[in-house]
Design a protein around this ligand. Structure first.
Ligand code: HEM
Ligand SMILES: *[C@@H]1O[C@H](CO)[C@@H](O)[C@H](O)[C@H]1NC(C)=O
Ligand SMILES: *[C@@H]1O[C@H](CO)[C@@H](O)[C@H](O)[C@H]1NC(C)=O
Ligand SMILES: *[C@@H]1O[C@H](CO)[C@@H](O)[C@H](O)[C@H]1NC(C)=O
Length: 354
């Protein structure tokens, strides 16, 4: 990417001396190779489809905007799908595959806890197949959709205070789709709501993601909802003594216990941030500081100096910094274990391999 940008910005205006001219192709190759392997991008770049499907981002945005317009709570599950995809086998759309005879897919693993909005992905794919058949991967669709979902939920973006293109950040593309999906791998790789800080750090590190990524990406819990099974143990049964999670505010615990009378209740919805779970902002960090994050893993951010400092900083209202950091960490997450070049395939339907 760096090489391309350089070329576009600085076309050699004067004829170069011959020896340099001979070296140029070699230099270019070196630059290209380093941008492909260095930086962790693994061959992804912004605008991968600019020639093969120039309207891809506009088409995706249109479908996502309609879905969110029809159901304003749709943005959260769309953001979450990309996370679940990237943490299991890398961002290669394994999360979208249906189970087949003899194989239980990620979708049907226990930590799928209510994944939703697969229909929106199918609508996006159908629109793209119409315009540019066999071109845009389902893994890239997940990445663009997540970017759009969070952009549409961010007030600064909606009000045009965040650049003019309506995007919270530039999304890299160029991913290809994998051919396997395993429920067992989902159980093994996805963070659990009861994880403590060491486990979370380890899980993120195994995806090449650092403490900052952990603190920043947890901020995704500014939007959306949860269900009783994800917090039941925190409310009544956290330790062997049958008590509640000491890292959870007592009054809030009592309130949640009233909502979750039955630990297995899968229908009651619990807002992540009561009263503002459709706007993407720093409210989550304020809740974490008050020990009113829904999950043990949210409060766990206070147990490490670096993540705790970030929680404090974001909660103090440096929203601009949070939004910028979030975009950067989403790009980092979007690079995890990607397939590029001739690897994998471009699925025709996101729920089945070709
Ligand atoms: C740090 C480790 C994480 C843990 C333990 C975790 C756990 C969870 C759990 C248990 C739920 C609720 C499921 C339910 O009860 O229905 C949830 C929801 C959600 N998560 Fe996370 N998560 C983590 C990180 C992330 C990341 C990195 C993102 C995205 C960048 C994310 C985005 C979301 C969103 C948007 C929802 C709401 C979904 C909806 O409204 O349907 N989470 N998460
Ligand atoms: C999640 O997995 C369960 C089985 O554990 C399955 O019944 C449910 O349909 C799955 N959810 C989704 C959205 O696929
Ligand atoms: C509490 O935990 C124990 C052991 O982990 C389990 O047997 C019991 O069913 C749990 N009770 C509730 C109310 O979840
Ligand atoms: C995938 O599974 C869902 C739910 O079982 C089903 O509605 C859908 O038609 C399947 N998709 C394909 C392409 O087989």
């Amino acid at each position: 990417m760096a090489a391309r940008a350089l070329l576009r910005l600085h076309p050699p205006a004067l004829p170069l001396p011959l020896p340099l001219l001979c070296l140029l192709p070699l230099l270019l190759l070196l630059l290209l190779a380093s941008s492909a392997h260095g930086g962790g991008g693994g061959g992804l770049r912004v605008g991968f489809y600019e020639d093969s499907c120039p309207d891809v981002e506009a088409i995706v945005r249109k479908v996502v905007a309609k879905a969110v317009h029809d159901d304003p709570t749709a943005n959260a599950p769309l953001l979450r799908l990309h996370f679940h995809d990237c943490f299991v086998r890398g961002c290669e759309a394994s999360v979208l595959l249906n189970s087949t005879e003899g194989n239980q897919a990620e979708k049907d693993a226990k930590p799928n806890h209510t994944l939703e909005a697969f229909d929106v992905i199918d609508d996006v794919k159908a629109a793209l197949e119409k315009r540019c058949p066999g071109t845009v991967s389902c893994a890239d669709i997940l990445a663009i959709v997540a970017r759009d979902a969070v952009s549409l939920a961010t007030r600064a973006v909606a009000e045009g205070r965040w650049g003019k293109d309506g995007n919270l950040y530039q999304v890299e593309t160029g991913r290809r789709d994998g051919r396997e999906s395993s429920a067992r791998e989902a159980v093994k790789n996805l963070p659990d709501s009861f994880d403590g800080i060491r486990k979370l750090i380890k899980r993120f590190a195994s995806k090449n993601l650092g403490l900052k990524d952990l603190a920043v990406l947890s901020g995704a819990h500014a939007i959306g909802k949860s269900h009783c099974p994800s917090i039941a143990k925190r409310l009544r049964n956290f330790t062997a003594h049958r008590d509640s999670d000491p890292t959870l505010d007592r009054l809030y615990a009592a309130k949640l216990r009233q909502k979750c009378r039955r630990p297995k209740d899968k229908t009651t919805e619990l807002e992540m941030v009561p009263g503002s779970s459709m706007t993407f902002d720093t409210a989550y960090y304020g809740l974490v500081l008050k020990r009113r994050g829904l999950f043990h893993s949210d409060e766990a951010l206070l147990k490490n100096e670096e993540t705790r400092d970030l929680v404090h900083e974001y909660s103090r209202g440096s929203e601009e910094r949070f939004l910028r950091d979030f975009g950067a960490s989403m790009v980092n997450m979007g690079r995890v274990g990607v397939l590029t070049g001739a690897q994998g395939e471009i699925r025709k339907k996101c729920a089945v391999v070709n």
